[in-house]
Design a protein around this ligand. Structure first.
Ligand code: HEM
Length: 500
């Protein structure tokens, strides 16, 4: 209630400034200042007002999509001297991603992990990113495949209890798989007891939701305002729960014998034997000559856990759901897996993952239509001219609206809302501007985990589809995509399985 009153007051102030003071500037698509033409501005304002106060979470993205109808490439508004520009146009995005000036993130305090990659200011980010990039190089990632495969094998056994034909929600088992996969790969530990995994997953989701809400209400960015809200208290609880898990992971990782790179279970038996030369991502932090402080290590580890867990879980879950809805695509992927692996499904390696071309098309299509991060942001550290009128000022907030970009009919055809892996055939890909498709961002500040996510998802899906056929009663028309820091569907991942 207090929040709604505050928003209403803000709205009145907005109108006051618009009518009497003219302190906003609205730009049209040619970059012309349009103070006097009110219609577009009113449309946007009403959409925002509606969005902030009335829209159900699962309808928010759809509603925000309305911006594209009002303004085809971007919209820009200057509000209390700060430039805000929302972009969903390949040509403009290319200029943003190729610029060193748009390499900082706004809303840095919202994420609260001050030293981590998402929250640190530009110069300290640059140093950490350079060091952490080493932990995500292809040789290291190739070495992680047996670990993802091992945990998927464990999940396949656990799923035998669902062979009774009844539907079950796949999200929790997959979240467990991701959590184990991430601690086994990024941290090289297996023996951290999570007493209540379900609670951990729920608390991480709450933390991400509340952080997203805070970013969407600009006045909540200020700590002194945010501290007074109920969300703040709840977010702190969720954060502390997740941090305690992160602390246990770091402690376990410090204790393990670093000479032996093999992954061992709680009894010390080797689960996955690994090449001694392979460094784990945590080792890059713990052993680097320029020592990271404990606080830096904690913020980096927690940032990696928060950015990787929900994104990867929902990516894999949504892929299996789409394959369960569209049985013809599932059959095609299955036949490809049988072709590539024959009877040696347990010996997955990077070349075999790459040979699964059709699976790759399916995965890319999932990230187009149900992009795991529908909106993400950058901030300029200097003036930046991207050809939309006056250059953006230093401190401008650039909001990249991948959800709109990935569904634009003029870029993806009139069936842009339909799931179709052929969108990623080599012919169609060659015809398209690469900046039409940005699920992981681009440039030096892109997603550090993009290849990690693809390798994990491919390994897990190959093993799961080789073991089971997935079915569901859910139809495409039942699904809406909600908005949080990561994408949320309006349906549960209810599926049934049959043994292959
Ligand atoms: C389907 C899975 C994923 C998707 C769709 C995704 C998407 C994104 C996007 C869109 C960004 C912003 C990029 C930009 O501004 O250009 C980002 C940043 C980031 N992602 Fe991911 N991500 C995924 C998985 C992962 C994984 C598995 C990890 C870690 C293992 C990870 C770690 C990060 C980090 C640390 C950043 C911030 C990078 C920086 O600011 O330097 N992500 N991700």
């Amino acid at each position: 209630m207090i929040l709604e009153l505050f928003l209403a007051a803000l709205y009145i102030l907005f109108i006051y400034f618009k009518v009497f003071r003219g302190s906003y500037i609205w730009f049209d698509n040619n970059g012309e200042v349009k103070r006097r033409k009110k219609s577009k501005f009113w449309n946007i304002l009403t959409t925002m007002y509606d969005y902030l106060l009335h829209t159900k979470p699962e309808d928010r993205l759809l509603k925000l999509r309305g911006f594209h109808k009002v303004s085809p490439r971007f919209f820009r508004v200057k509000f209390w001297k700060i430039d805000y520009v929302v972009i969903y146009d390949p040509e403009l995005l290319k200029k943003v991603f190729n610029s060193q000036v748009a390499c900082q993130r706004p809303f840095r305090n919202c994420f609260q992990l001050e030293k981590g990659l998402l929250s640190s200011e530009y110069h300290s980010w640059k140093k950490s990113r350079k060091l952490l990039n080493g932990g995500f190089n292809l040789n290291i990632l190739k070495g992680l495949i047996p670990i993802f495969s091992y945990y998927t094998g464990t999940l396949i056994k656990e799923m035998e209890q669902h062979l009774d034909g009844k539907e079950f929600d796949l999200l929790l088992p997959l979240s467990k798989l991701t959590t184990n996969g991430i601690s086994g790969t990024i941290m090289n530990v297996t023996d951290v007891e999570v007493t209540d995994l379900e609670k951990l997953i729920a608390e991480v989701a709450i933390f991400l939701d509340l952080t997203c809400k805070r970013m969407l209400y600009p006045f909540l960015e200020k700590d002194w305002i945010y501290r007074w809200t109920k969300s703040y208290k709840r977010e702190q609880e969720a954060r502390e729960y997740a941090m305690a898990y992160g602390d246990e992971l770091i402690a376990a990782s410090k204790k393990r014998n670093r000479k032996d790179k093999s992954l061992v279970d709680e009894n010390g038996s080797v689960i996955v034997k690994r090449d001694e030369k392979v460094e784990f991502i945590i080792d890059q932090l713990l052993n680097h000559e320029e020592k990271f402080t404990d606080e830096e290590i904690r913020d980096h580890v927690m940032t990696l856990l928060a950015t990787s867990s929900e994104t990867t879980t929902r990516f894999v879950a949504t892929t299996l759901l789409q394959l369960a809805i569209n049985q013809q695509y599932q059959q095609k992927v299955y036949e490809e897996i049988v072709d590539v692996f024959g009877d040696s499904i347990e010996n997955i390696d990077y070349d075999k993952l790459n040979a699964c071309r059709y699976l790759e098309m399916v995965l890319k299509e999932v990230l187009r239509l149900f992009t795991s991060v529908p909106i993400y942001q950058r901030e300029t550290i200097d003036k930046l001219d991207i050809g939309i009128g006056k250059p953006l000022d230093k401190g401008a907030k650039i909001i990249i609206f991948a959800y709109i970009l990935h569904r634009r009919k003029d870029l993806w055809g009139k069936n842009s809302g339909v799931f179709d892996p052929e969108n990623f055939s080599s012919e169609r890909t060659a015809e398209r501007d690469p900046y039409c498709y940005l699920p992981f961002g681009a440039g030096p500040r892109n997603c550090i985990g993009n290849r990690f996510a693809m390798i994990a998802a491919k390994t897990e899906i190959i093993r799961l589809l080789h073991a089971y056929k997935f079915s569901t009663k859910i139809k495409d028309t039942d699904i809406k995509q909600g908005l949080s820091l990561t994408s949320r569907l309006s349906v549960d991942y209810l599926m049934s399985i049959e043994k292959r």
